[in-house]
Design a protein. Structure first.
Length: 144
């Protein structure tokens, strides 16, 4: 398992994407239809953001904003971090843990080829990170 790459963990053959002017409602419908927790926001073939289920909850529903009229560009995470497809799975887990991401765009040759979700990745023990993750979480709890 330790030798697996982020690209091998992508579960969808093509990334789901919308344009920046797409409404939150339409993006949420696509996410529901495709049973995924995020959608890439692309403009002229370039990744400009990612809209996630947490964005819908925290930035739209809790705001409250109207999902029928709010464009995803207003509530997406801009310029999201990415990882190359040949990066080790451990790198994705570390980045997701450090930054609190649940979804991470994956690139190959500068082009987005998919999104890896925390649900797609083996957690901790399968790739030798369990001790490190336990230490980080214990430290975070002491800091609260």
């Amino acid at each position: 398992m330790e030798d697996r790459t982020v690209g091998e963990m992508i579960s969808r053959s093509a990334p789901l994407s919308v344009g920046p002017s797409t409404t939150v409602r339409d993006a949420a419908r696509l996410m529901h239809e495709h049973k995924c927790g995020s959608i890439l926001v692309m403009e002229e073939g370039r990744l400009v953001g990612i809209f996630t289920e947490r964005d819908a909850l925290w930035r739209v529903a809790a705001a409250p904003l109207d999902p029928e009229t709010t464009p995803v560009a207003a509530v997406m995470t801009r310029d999201p971090a990415t990882l190359p497809a040949d990066a080790p799975v451990a790198d994705a887990l570390r980045l997701m843990d450090e930054c609190g991401f649940w979804h991470l765009p994956v690139t190959r040759g500068g082009e987005v080829v998919g999104v890896v979700s925390i649900r797609d990745l083996p957690i901790g023990g399968g790739i030798g990170l369990q001790d490190e993750l336990d230490r980080r979480h214990a430290l975070a709890e002491r800091m609260l």
